[in-house]
Design a protein around this ligand. Structure first.
Ligand code: NAG
Ligand code: NAG
Ligand code: NAG
Ligand code: NAG
Length: 413
């Protein structure tokens, strides 16, 4: 088992290497090449690329009829980006984030804010070209994990919960529902989660037969790896997930953060010193038995920041004494761009992790930029994954990150 994993891991390293070779050739104009000094200055050329227009995308020499790859993004309902401003040509699916169940009735709690925002969201996206599908996402990072444990663990509560998700989705006109339970705490939760997925799918199928509407999609955002330790070891119910979910979305980010007293690349593709990496995580999902085309890889549009102990010790893994700029140690992409520019930050590309980091004084930020997103999307395509998703809308800088993904998908076909 361990040696199988090791083999798998080596295989991915080889793929990544091959992907790199390809990219160094085809995208040498934007990617830091091996001849660059280790620390490369911010390239204004990358940052000032205009968004491709729709007609440019159409006339791009490599453009073929779009392949049905998933290009999803979450829209936090508190976002300052109005749903009407979402540029849908970059996406196929948009998630409304989040609703949570009531701790007393186990039905979804549509708050007074949601009563206004959901109809606005659905209406705004319905009037867009191209059309995207909409999903209602339930849970989220800040939601109550124990509540999901209670719901998943009881037949009666599962029933109330499932019925309410269908009622809400149909009432407002969503195309699907998504569960983001962070995280099932042990293997009992995981076993109950398997039953929840099964009954949920069954509920969706039977509702569709009755309503004669297309079945609602069922998806789930999950830990970056299929099995993991925090206090307890646990493994996701991969067999049931393959069977009952339309796709599975590993969140390939937050590998490091304010909880570490050293700097880190929170969405590293590889990490030579640990298994906390996307290559390991995605490999573990494939190994668990989820077909690659049912995996939709998560990508962050935000970075994680630290305050350095010593501004002169500023590499990956440098000692830190707290969080850096932003909101509790997170900074969204467009603000990173502003920060780097304003503070003349030194920007570096870590070619092993396929991530960027920047440093100005005692501030340190680990993040994704256009070339690293481009490479990660290529990585996903090279494994035949179903697609990718972003957390989150409203964090991008002039659609630079969102747009590179689309450009890549088109050029790869
Ligand atoms: C729904 O959420 C609102 C806002 O958080 C809260 O005030 C209310 O008590 C909740 N209702 C139920 C039934 O849980
Ligand atoms: C989470 O939900 C459980 C079950 O309803 C409740 O006992 C607990 O107080 C909740 N925790 C928080 C932080 O709200
Ligand atoms: C990574 O995971 C494998 C398999 O679970 C294990 O054998 C190996 O020791 C881990 N490596 C590190 C650096 O944790
Ligand atoms: C970070 O935490 C580790 C373990 O708690 C400790 O040994 C180390 O001294 C800490 N480093 C800093 C810079 O605070």
């Amino acid at each position: 088992m361990a040696s199988d994993l090791k083999l798998l891991h080596s295989l991915y390293l080889v793929i990544v290497f091959v992907v790199f070779q390809t990219l160094t050739v085809s995208n040498s104009d934007v990617l830091p090449s091996p001849d660059y000094p280790e620390v490369v200055p911010t390239s204004p050329a990358i940052l000032s690329l205009p968004e491709p227009s729709k007609s440019q995308l159409r006339s791009h020499p490599y453009v073929r009829p779009p392949k049905p790859g998933i290009r999803a993004a979450y829209w936090p309902s508190y976002s300052s980006l109005p749903a009407s401003a979402i540029e849908t040509s970059y996406f196929t699916h948009i998630y409304y984030a989040f609703l949570v169940p009531s701790p007393t009735t186990y039905a979804l709690n549509v708050t007074s804010d949601d009563l206004i925002r959901i109809p606005e969201f659905i209406h705004a996206l319905r009037s867009k070209t191209p059309r995207v599908k909409t999903l209602l996402s339930i849970g989220g990072g800040g939601s109550n994990s124990t509540l999901f444990s209670i719901i998943a663990g009881s037949r009666a509560e599962r029933g109330k919960f499932i019925k309410s998700t269908i009622d809400v989705a149909r009432k407002y006109g969503f195309d699907g529902v998504d569960l983001d339970w962070e995280f099932p705490a042990d293997d009992v939760d995981m076993a109950n989660l398997a039953v929840l997925y099964k009954e949920w799918r069954r509920g969706l199928v039977s509702e569709s037969l009755t309503s004669r509407k297309p079945r609602l999609l069922l998806t789930s955002a999950v830990h970056f790896a299929a099995g993991f330790f925090h206090d307890e070891p646990r493994s996701y119910p991969a067999r049931e997930m393959s069977k009952y979910l339309d796709w599975v979305s590993p969140m390939c980010f937050d590998y490091h953060g304010s909880w570490d007293n050293f700097t880190g690349l929170h969405s590293a593709l590889n990490d030579p010193n640990s298994n906390i990496s996307t290559v390991y995580g995605i490999g573990s999902w494939i190994k668990s038995g989820i077909p690659p085309n049912k995996l939709v890889m998560g990508l962050p549009v935000y970075g994680r920041t630290w305050k350095l102990q010593d501004p002169k010790v500023n590499g990956v893994g440098a000692p830190a004494v707290g969080v850096g700029p932003g909101d509790e140690g997170t900074l969204v992409y467009y603000k990173i761009i502003e920060f780097n520019k304003k503070n003349h930050a030194v920007v570096a590309f870590d070619s092993n992790a396929v991530s960027f980091y920047s440093n100005a004084g005692d501030s340190w930020i680990g993040y994704e930029d256009v070339p690293s997103i481009r490479l990660k999307v290529r990585f996903a395509r090279s494994l035949g994954l179903g697609g990718y998703f972003f957390w989150a809308l409203g964090q991008d800088y002039r659609w630079a990150i969102s747009g590179e993904g689309r450009y890549l998908i088109l050029t790869l076909i």
